[in-house]
Design a protein around this ligand. Structure first.
Ligand code: HEM
Length: 259
């Protein structure tokens, strides 16, 4: 058998794949959070950031393909490992430690699947616009109506999205589970890489807890700020539809949303 395939099919190989893909996905989580926090710098900042991302063109697609591959491999290897563990498990747990490890991996799988459904919902919400097409198609008022609508108004889209309380609560729940998953996954990565021992155990626990808490606060800040009225689009410098009767399709849609 091809040695790469043989490694991939081995238990240690799969653990490495879960660890490395997990680190890549964690990198995305941090990068996406920092990008999203630009909401607090106002519409111009976040909308031009979205334009810069789209302008990356083929590079953006490479990043998306890498992320999707990591996502699929991460899930596939986790499920394969859990199945192999179950098949190898004796009727009764011989040691308390084995029982604990099995419980942790089961909760990792359940939290991972809920995070997966959250990410699918999130893509349908903001990227594909299937949850509310009116919000996903918002654009800034057109600079020149002949050139069509202005930039994609990510700022207004996010605010309109989180103005629905059930949606915001679902995000808070999804982000909470994501952070729980991260805090446990982080320590497992060190275990797989052979870097976990009693000397670094305390440090690892604090670092994973601290990072998960930062990610939780960074992501939750946006829906919470919208729900409490700290982030609002009433002073949008690129105009409400009423200020810009010549605005493109998106701004007209915003008028419909506001009504
Ligand atoms: C308050 C929290 C969040 C906000 C405000 C937010 C906002 C956004 C926005 C505005 C987009 C782009 C929509 C577009 O213009 O196409 C997006 C895409 C995305 N988000 Fe989030 N997001 C949040 C949380 C998360 C979380 C927790 C994850 C996953 C761990 C996540 C994963 C993604 C992915 C995978 C994409 C697609 C990226 C792409 O198209 O290349 N987001 N998000």
């Amino acid at each position: 058998m091809n040695p790469i395939l043989a490694f991939y099919r081995s238990s240690i190989g799969r653990k490495w794949v879960v660890a490395i893909t997990g680190l890549v996905l964690f990198g995305f989580v941090i990068g996406h959070m920092l990008g999203n926090l630009q909401m607090f710098w106002g519409p111009d900042q976040i909308n031009s950031y979205a334009v810069h991302l789209r302008d990356l063109g083929p590079l953006l697609w490479i990043v998306r393909i890498v992320l999707l591959t990591c996502f699929v491999l991460h899930i596939q290897c986790t499920i394969a490992l859990a199945r192999a563990n179950r098949a190898a498990r004796p009727e009764k747990y011989a040691y308390y430690a084995t029982k604990q490890a099995s419980k942790a991996s089961r909760t990792m799988i359940v939290s991972g699947l809920i995070v997966l459904s959250f990410v699918l919902f999130h893509l349908m919400h903001f990227t594909f616009g299937w949850i509310d097409a009116r919000n996903a198609n918002l654009h800034e008022a057109a600079q020149d109506p002949l050139l069509g609508p202005g930039r994609h108004d990510v700022y207004r889209m996010v605010i309109a999205g989180f103005n629905h309380w059930p949606v915001s609560f679902f995000y808070l729940l999804g982000i909470g589970l994501l952070c729980w998953h991260l805090s446990h996954g982080f320590a497992s990565v060190f275990q797989t890489l052979g870097l976990r021992n009693h000397r670094v155990e305390g440090f690892l626990r604090w670092t994973s807890g601290g990072l998960a808490a930062l990610v939780f606060l960074g992501y939750c800040a946006i829906p919470l700020a919208v729900m409490t009225g700290i982030l609002t689009d009433t002073n949008h410098p690129f105009g409400t539809p009423e200020q810009h009767p010549d605005a493109g399709h998106g701004a007209k849609t915003a008028a419909a949303v506001a009504r």
